[in-house]
Design a protein around this ligand. Structure first.
Ligand SMILES: Cc1ncc(COP(=O)(O)O)c(C=O)c1O
Length: 382
């Protein structure tokens, strides 16, 4: 990580710090590997919608994957061409659908029969045809935290496999829809390659079946999900995109001329972001020692929400004698804890502390709980 400790000393904490050089390096790797196979990338804006990051990501030629009207607005404001935007979500409102139709987005990833009817009706009222893909729930277990598993039958997302033929029929019947193909997304922070292999096998089977039914999809979108190394951000700053895309290139039975899309979020932005905080107090309890930071779960909710692990480093005192601490925030919730029983160099009031790999699902999930200020964002690089 490219950190200038001196320059941090005078800054108010907490803040998100983004290493834009690393973001460029990550984007170059992702685009290089995807383009070897003619795969098209749409950055998942939900991972981090900071305008400066969106602008950098757009410069590398990715499209955008959005899940709300405001994400569509943010993507367009950052320069993403509307026709490279795909739009998923189980609860798109009429207002959001209208906004997407008026903007002329590339594709709606539709998740239910009533949604197809509503998009058709709104497209009719605007005198346009909406391009739609069907989000299919492939019933593949992502082997990740249950809050970020999305492709199992019990999850709310997408059509069930046995509904797909009827859904394609419906798209073809509705005059203001143009059926483009299939969309999948089975979960996030997936580090087990066999999950992606299982997804490809499921998609191959479904595609063969649809082709037999005379319903060949022109496009397939495999969503996002590639995980990052939260334990060793310096050892693995850039995810292994070659292996990831290689699984799809080697095993997906693409049809002639078929377009293949991906929606990476975390794998693009996680490692370039660090949450920088200060030690407010070191509290010596009877049973435990607490490092109390000025950052809390309102700034970074992942540990509280997903029991996520972020590497914690004392920037002021990076080496030397160590102690065991619970590292917590100031918020009135017991869940406001970043890590328990972590071995760190001895901490003192005023030390700067880094929570690493916070670029994805960090700043974008910050809230004003306890009426705290939202964290600032700072950047190195252009
Ligand atoms: C539909 C969809 N696509 C893409 C993503 C991005 O996933 P990730 O950040 O794991 O790459 C998500 C995240 O939940 C999603 O819901």
């Amino acid at each position: 990580m490219n950190i200038n400790l001196q320059s941090f000393q005078t800054l108010e904490t907490p803040f998100y710090y983004y290493d834009l050089d690393l973001l460029h390096e990550t984007l170059r790797a992702a685009v290089d590997e995807a383009s070897k196979h003619y795969f098209e990338l749409h950055y998942a804006v939900k991972a981090n919608a900071n305008p400066r990051l969106l602008e950098v990501i757009n410069r590398h030629g990715l499209g955008a994957d959005c899940v709300s009207g405001n994400e569509i607005r943010a993507a367009i404001a950052a320069g993403f061409p509307a026709d490279t935007i795909v739009y998923a979500g189980v609860g798109k409102t009429d207002r959001e659908i209208r906004l997407a139709l008026e903007a002329g987005i590339g594709c709606f990833n539709c998740e239910s029969f009533p949604e197809l009817e509503v998009i058709n009706g709104l497209a009719a009222s605007l005198g346009v045809r909406a391009r739609v893909a069907l989000r299919v729930n492939p019933n593949v277990d992502a082997h990740t935290h249950h809050h970020i598993t999305t492709g199992m039958e019990e999850n709310k997302f997408g059509f069930q496999l046995d509904e797909v033929v009827e859904a394609v029929d419906r798209c073809r019947f509705l005059p203001h829809l143009n059926w483009m193909g299939l969309h999948f997304h089975v979960g996030s922070q997936i580090t087990d390659p066999t999950v992606f292999r299982a997804l490809v096998d499921r998609v191959n089977d479904l595609q063969s079946f649809l082709v037999e039914c005379g319903m060949a999809p022109a496009e397939v979108n495999f969503g996002g999900g590639l995980g990052v190394d939260y334990d060793d951000p310096d050892g693995c700053p850039v995810p292994d995109f070659a292996t990831y895309f290689g699984i799809f290139a080697d095993h997906f039975e693409a049809r002639e001329g078929q377009r293949v899309h991906f929606e990476p979020g975390r794998s693009i932005v996680a490692q370039c972001g660090t949450l920088v905080s200060r030690v407010t107090f070191v509290k010596e309890g009877r049973h435990k020692r607490f490092v109390i930071l000025d950052a809390g779960m309102s700034d970074l909710i992942r540990p509280a929400l997903y029991q996520a692990h972020h590497r914690i480093e004392n920037l002021t005192n990076p080496s030397g004698e160590t102690a065991v601490y619970d590292v917590v925030g100031p918020i009135c919730e017991s869940a406001d804890c970043f890590d328990k029983e972590v071995v760190l160099p001895i901490a003192h009031r005023g030390d700067l502390v880094a929570l690493r790999s916070c670029g994805a699902y960090g700043e974008v999930m910050a809230s004003r709980y306890n009426l705290r200020d939202l964290p600032a964002a700072r950047f190195a690089g252009v």
